[in-house]
Design a protein around this ligand. Structure first.
Ligand SMILES: [Zn+2]
Length: 284
């Protein structure tokens, strides 16, 4: 298995692979997708990448650790689910927190896969451990919608938005349209941004894909800002360098609010104008 085999040849798969190879995996990650099965598969893949013992490409899919994760029998990969109720409660999260200080059974670390919705109390309990995570522990959240997670939790996790299907690739038009918007953001003149955001009028599905990419770009820009490392695409650095963290968070919120508007059947011309105006506003 590999990130590509689960996610297709996209920006996300590439990004996860590069984080793995350079040992920069986050303490906490979240996968959002309307296709929750896809989000859970991606989360397992990330767990495999973290615990894989191969010296080559990780996850290798062949070592003992990878195979056990694939078969759901790895003792150091703990899955939290809401059994017999709607959400994972604060009790389960507290139990998880005390467990995460216990040494792993056979790997160099432990991974907690949070596969169902959490109550707000549970998320607040989780937040404490995300603020000071013990070393060698990774938390991976999956969610159908980012709005189900508290903003405070979101701000402590590396968010990956997955399109419900695997069709993403760098050559596709929506990706290119998102890159065009990203490149227009740091410019001081309005025209390029106006032109770039007009692509949102193409179709609803197209607009959704573009906004999903943008949300991902803003997450990457924020990450670049925190880590200050190289290896990001020029359009990510183009956003990260001149803008403050708070401005990038605003941009991220613009992308998510626009997705929300889209899900409420908003008119595409209105959407495009709104996105353009709010992106400009976010820079101040
Ligand atoms: Zn492996």
């Amino acid at each position: 298995m590999s990130f590509e085999s689960v996610l297709g040849k996209g920006q996300t798969a590439q990004h996860l692979a590069s984080l793995t190879q350079s040992n920069r995996l986050p303490h906490a990650a979240a996968f959002q997708s309307e296709n929750i099965t896809l989000a859970r598969s991606a989360a397992k893949e990330l767990a495999a990448a973290y615990l894989c013992t191969s010296e080559n490409m990780r996850p290798c899919g062949e070592c003992r650790s990878c195979r056990k994760i694939h078969d759901d029998i790895h003792p150091d990969v703990i899955t939290l689910k809401a059994v017999g109720k709607q959400s994972i409660g604060v009790g389960e999260i507290r139990e998880m927190i005390s467990d995460c200080y216990i040494m792993p059974n056979e790997s160099h670390g432990k991974v907690y896969l949070i596969f169902d919705k959490m109550t707000p109390e549970a998320q607040n309990a989780l937040l404490k451990i995300l603020e000071e995570p013990p070393s060698g522990v990774m938390f991976v959240i999956t969610t159908e919608q980012t709005s189900l997670l508290l903003k405070t939790v979101l701000s402590r996790t590396m968010m990956f938005k997955l399109s419900p299907t695997k069709q993403i690739d760098d050559g596709n038009e929506a990706f290119q349209a998102a890159v065009e918007i990203a490149r227009a953001i740091p410019q001081n003149i309005e025209l390029p941004l106006l032109g770039a955001t007009s692509s949102l009028m193409n179709s609803r599905e197209f607009a959704k894909q573009v906004l999903d990419y943008l949300a991902e770009f803003f997450t990457l820009a924020l990450e670049q800002k925190y880590l200050g490392e190289d290896g990001y695409e020029d359009y990510i650095i183009g956003i990260a360098r001149p803008l403050r963290k708070s401005n990038i968070v605003k941009l991220y919120n613009v992308a998510n609010q626009a997705l929300e508007m889209l899900s409420h059947n908003c008119n595409l011309t209105v959407l495009s104008t709104w996105v353009c105006a709010n992106i400009r506003e976010s820079k101040h």
